[in-house]
Structures are given as structure tokens and as C-alpha cells.
Design a protein around this ligand. Structure first.
Ligand SMILES: Nc1ncnc2c1ncn2[C@@H]1O[C@H](COP(=O)(O)OP(=O)(O)OP(=O)(O)O)[C@@H](O)[C@H]1O
Length: 382
């Protein structure tokens, strides 16, 4: 092989390496300056320098394997050696600056961001808010959107479990930046990931300022990249986190989850009203745990009926635009089991009526997420 051929082959290997996507950052590794160099000797043996972001990178084995496969898939390459090293602090710093782009730290979801932020709230606990947030996130990701979830439910941080993220998973840290674990195509960060195993087993008693700082840190230091939608799982009720989110993300939209019990509507409405007081817009109500169809054709309405419509009607009062009931998700054993197993029902059993209802809600949300109508876009005046 001539020297020119070897150089051309090395270029081709570089091209092939574009197929290798960092599983946490979700960008091709050459764009992340993770490829140190490529040489090919006259026998077609390629040597690839791979720079991992940190020591003990959890994705190291997978990236090395992908690099080997991509290199060997290049016609003309007969063998490969991957020389793995770790970025220097300077290289890591340069990477974080590159990933953050021109945006200042702290402005990840500011007013000029095109990410749609949707906070999911409920009046009381146990209505299925986390289950719906996780399933909606996966359903939106399966529709091709880039989706992130922030589990800000300090008392019931259940999002990782529902998405099948191991209880001891922690975000990878690169410099000041944290890379959230990815499951079912969704980037997820949870308060539970910052607690010690002992703390996880206890009730978390945090004061307002601590909660505020933690949510603020999620929004600044966690690298979500250019995502289309960020879903926030709020704690039930109208407490400190809801108010913090209102302050930190005043342009967030709010979904209110309630059960079909008309009596539950009152507390559900209250959570919507608090969001509105902080300037957020209530975009819809989701009724969960609605009637379950029985084999004999009857419908078991364990929690009554009408709560979703009632909540939507009350939140619509005095508003220029009615707040719609976006959908009614029936009781479903498979929905609960999917959450317990870490395989959301929209993946595990998409034909289940609960999954169908969640898909329909995701479809309604996705249509609006691609529209910029009514959004204020960043404009620079010279
Ligand atoms: N439609 C449904 N059918 C059957 N079980 C459901 C349904 N929705 C949720 N569940 C189950 O109800 C329980 C409570 O759900 P989840 O944790 O999502 O509620 P939550 O509103 O987020 O509660 P909290 O905010 O108090 O943590 C879970 O076991 C979940 O699997």
C-alpha cells in the first residue's frame, strides 16, 4: 500500500468513526474531540487513539467496542488497535465549553431556549404523575423528539425506577457538567441520584432553599444538549418545588394530573392555580386511573368519573383559552407492572388501552412542540 493510500484509508476510518455515538452525550465521538488520531500501516492495520472524557467512564467498554467495529467496517482495514487514554483537564474544559455553546452557564432553559419545558403537577400524591411523566417522555422520544426528564419529586423520586435506571446510577461528571443516564431514549436526572444509599431509604426532609438549589443545579449543571422537550416531575401539591420551578422556569407549561374522583378536582385545580400565579401556562389536564373495561363488557370505575373534565372546566374559568382535558388513561395492571419492572408500558405493551391513551396524549403534545407559534425567539439588534 502506498503512503497516499494509507492516508486516504485513515481519512475513511475517521469518517467511519462518525457512526460511534457517545451514549451519554449522544453526539459522534469525532465531534467531541474523543478521537486522538488515526494511522493505518501498509498491511491495513489501523491504530485509533481514543480519548475518554473521564477515568472510569461507565460507557468505556461500549465506546471501545463501537470504535473497533466502526474501524473494521472500513474497506481496506484488516486489523485494529485502540489506544485508550483520558482527556486532560484542559481538553475536558474545552469540551464542556464546546457543548454548552455560546450560552452562559445557567441559561440552559432560559427564555431564548427552543426547548419546550413541561412541568407535570398534581394536587395530591399517588395519582400516577410520575408514571405518566415517564411514559409520556418515552412516547415522545419514540416519536423522534429529543427528550429529557427532571425528577424533582423529592418525596417520591420514582422516575429512574419506572425507566429501568438502576437505583445506584449516578450521572457522569465531566468538569462542572453532569451527563444524565439515558433510558429508552430519554435523558433522566433525579434527586434520588444525589442521595447516599442510606438517605435513599429514609424520608428526605429538605428545606425550601435546599430544594431550590438542587432544582436550579439540575437546570444549569446537567447537560441535556439540544433537547426538544424537558418534562419535570414535580412533587404533589403546591409546595416549595412548584414555586421554585415557577421562578426558575417562568415560561414552563404545566400539565395537571388528576384522578376521576370529582372530589379530587379541587386539590388538582389548586396546583394549576399556583403554577399560574408564577406565570406558567396550564396547557391541559390528564385524568388517570379512569374506568377499567371488564371481560363482561362493563366498566369498573374504581375512582368514579368526571374528575378530569371537572378540573379542566374549573381551570378554564376566566381564561382566554379553555384548558383541555388531553386524555383519560384507564386503570391498567400492565401500566403498574411496567413501572415496577422498569419497562414503560408504551414500550412493553403498546396495545394496552392505557398505552394507547398515553400515546394519543403524546401525539397532541408533540404537534405543538414543533410549532414556534407564540414563542419569543432570540433576536439580536445591531
Ligand atoms: N392507570 C393506572 N393503573 C394502575 N396503576 C397505576 C396507574 N397509574 C399509576 N399507577 C400506579 O399507582 C402508583 C402511584 O403512581 P405514581 O408513583 O406514578 O404516582 P405519583 O402521582 O407520581 O405519586 P407521588 O407524587 O406521590 O410520588 C404506582 O404504583 C403506579 O404504578
Amino acid at each position: 500500500m502506498s503512503a497516499v493510500d494509507a492516508a486516504t484509508l485513515a481519512d475513511r476510518v475517521q469518517q467511519s468513526l462518525r457512526q460511534v455515538i457517545d451514549p451519554e452525550i449522544r453526539q459522534p465521538i469525532p465531534d467531541l474531540d474523543m478521537v486522538g488520531g488515526v494511522t493505518v500501516d501498509p498491511t491495513g492495520h489501523a491504530t485509533v487513539g481514543l480519548r475518554l472524557t473521564i477515568v472510569g467512564c461507565p460507557a468505556a467498554d461500549r465506546i471501545q467496542r463501537d470504535v473497533q467495529e466502526a474501524t473494521l467496517s472500513t474497506p481496506g482495514v484488516t486489523a485494529v488497535t485502540v489506544e485508550t487514554s483520558v482527556m486532560t483537564p484542559e481538553q475536558r474544559h474545552a469540551l464542556t465549553l464546546k457543548l454548552r455553546g455560546p450560552r452562559a452557564r445557567g441559561a440552559q432553559f432560559g427564555r431564548d431556549s427552543l426547548t419546550r419545558v413541561i412541568a407535570v403537577s398534581s394536587g395530591k400524591g399517588g395519582v400516577g404523575k410520575s408514571t405518566l411523566t415517564a411514559n409520556l417522555a418515552v412516547a415522545l422520544a419514540r416519536r423522534g423528539l429529543a427528550v429529557g426528564v427532571v425528577d424533582a419529586d423529592v418525596h417520591g423520586f420514582s422516575i429512574p425506577g419506572i425507566l429501568g435506571i438502576p437505583a445506584d446510577a449516578t450521572p457522569t461528571r465531566v468538569d462542572q457538567m453532569m451527563l444524565p443516564p439515558v433510558a429508552h431514549g430519554v435523558k433522566a436526572i433525579s434527586i434520588g441520584m444525589f442521595l447516599s444509599p442510606e438517605q435513599r431509604g429514609q424520608a428526605v426532609a429538605w428545606r425550601g432553599p435546599m430544594l431550590h438549589r438542587t432544582v436550579a443545579q439540575f437546570l444549569t449543571d446537567v447537560f441535556f444538549g439540544e433537547i426538544d422537550v424537558l418534562l419535570l416531575d414535580l412533587p404533589p401539591g403546591t409546595g416549595d418545588v412548584a414555586i421554585s420551578v415557577g421562578q426558575l422556569l417562568p415560561h414552563a407549561e404545566v400539565l395537571v394530573v388528576t384522578t376521576p374522583q370529582p372530589a379530587a378536582a379541587e386539590v388538582a385545580v389548586r396546583s394549576g392555580l399556583v403554577a399560574r400565579q408564577t406565570g406558567q401556562r396550564v396547557i391541559g389536564v390528564i385524568e388517570n386511573m379512569a374506568g377499567l373495561a371488564q371481560p363482561d363488557g362493563t366498566v369498573l370505575e374504581l375512582f368514579g368519573s368526571g374528575g378530569g373534565l371537572e378540573t379542566a372546566a374549573r381551570l378554564s374559568q376566566g381564561q382566554p383559552e379553555a384548558v383541555p382535558l388531553l386524555g383519560s388513561v384507564p386503570l391498567s395492571v400492565d401500566l403498574r407492572e411496567g413501572g415496577d419492572r422498569g419497562v414503560p408500558i408504551v414500550v412493553a405493551r403498546p396495545e394496552d388501552p392505557a398505552a394507547v391513551a398515553i400515546e394519543a396524549i403524546a401525539a397532541r403534545l408533540a404537534v405543538r412542540s414543533t410549532s414556534l407559534a407564540g414563542r419569543s425567539l432570540p433576536v439580536t439588534l445591531r
